[in-house]
Design a binder for this molecule. Sequence first.
Ligand SMILES: N[C@@H](CCC(=O)N[C@@H](CS)C(=O)NCC(=O)O)C(=O)O
Length: 219
Amino acid sequence: MLTIYGVYRSRTSRPLWLLDEIGMNFNHLPVIQAYRLPDASAADAPFNTRSEEFLVLNPLGQIPVMEDDGLVLTESLAITQHLARKYGGMLGPQNAAEEALIGQWSLTAATAVEGCALEILQTLANGGADTPEGQAQISICAEKLRRPFAVLERHLGGHEWLVGDRFTVADLNMAECIRYAQGVPALIAEFPKLQRWLLRCQDRDAFKAMMTAREAEPA
Ligand SMILES: N[C@@H](CCC(=O)N[C@@H](CS)C(=O)NCC(=O)O)C(=O)O
């Protein structure tokens, strides 16, 4: 049986969205981030990223983790690619070239987009929109995102989706990283094709189901 460890309010959203796309049954253990608990080591603390049982699975102490038939996998974007390849049908690669392109876009998402987008999200969550330091930080991050966003804009000028002219795990991985920057709508609006592609990704039933479950979790 496939097991996913991690709450929706984390990068676990990625495999959870994908599994809803596939419509597959799985075990879900909502491991929570230790830093969100008042005392992660308390006897009555919920299963968390510093629980001994969890650290055996991922010594880095991070969610998500996946267990599939004896295979233990960490790294959200590796998990989604594994699930798409093994169970996802057309969500996954159909040949070696598609597999390479899915890997390329997923790594672009992780290395060129996620860090700055996450910084925008965290700065906004900490009230940075109202402070000069926060505004400066957001501008720096937005500027760093313009180059990868321009690459996506160019690609989406000739394609509906990132790989193979259908929605795949590459779109899911990229869209989930870009979501963190959506608190600056003016930045996204500079790239109209990217904006329309993101709306197409986020208009999917499985994305909406994931977001509903995420919002139902305590903040
Ligand atoms: N690159 C990893 C990052 C995983 C990660 O940082 N997870 C966060 C939640 S989104 C976490 O578990 N933090 C808990 C902690 O650091 O204690 C991935 O994509 O899976």
